[in-house]
Design a protein around this ligand. Structure first.
Ligand SMILES: [Zn+2]
Length: 155
């Protein structure tokens, strides 16, 4: 719990209010930002060593290497398979421990405080959907609000 609290303290949000509401979005965001391409997934599905190559890929993306169970759940997520509630809990705990996976979508920095930014601002018709959210460090967020467009692909 301490880790999650300090993780969330990186975001400019009311923690009491949004603690449970925001984490699933952050988790989804982290998982989505390291999603392999469809072509990569197809290659791994058709190769006898595919699952091992997937494990190596996932290990390169995280500070704490995933256990075999965590690799299995991540594989199911990226291949659109159902997860049990136990799987969901497992992956949630894993992502919570991955604060290093959080980085500024524009400059890539991993330290300091972050803001959940709307790529298309709400005032211009943007939504709260994941595809319209990105994490920006405080400096990049400030530049963006001054008219600078920090939009960038994550992959
Ligand atoms: Zn930045």
């Amino acid at each position: 719990m301490h880790e999650l609290t300090s993780f969330l303290s990186k975001f400019d949000i009311d923690q009491e209010k949004l603690f449970m509401k925001v984490f699933p979005v952050v988790q989804e965001y982290v998982i989505d930002s390291i999603r392999p391409t469809e072509e990569q997934l197809r290659k791994w599905r058709n190769s006898p060593n595919g699952r091992e190559e997937f494990r190596v890929y996932m290990t390169s993306k995280f500070t704490v290497p995933p256990t075999p169970s965590e690799v299995r759940v991540l594989w199911n997520i990226y291949n659109g398979r159902k997860q049990t509630s136990r799987d969901k809990k497992l992956i949630r705990c894993y992502i919570e421990a991955q604060r290093e996976a959080v980085f500024c979508a524009h400059c890539g920095r991993k330290d300091g405080s972050f803001h959940v930014d709307h790529i298309v601002p709400l005032s211009r018709g943007g939504t709260d959907e994941l595809k319209n959210l990105q994490l920006l460090c405080a400096q990049c967020n400030l530049k963006k609000s001054n008219g600078y467009d920090a939009r960038k692909s994550f992959i």
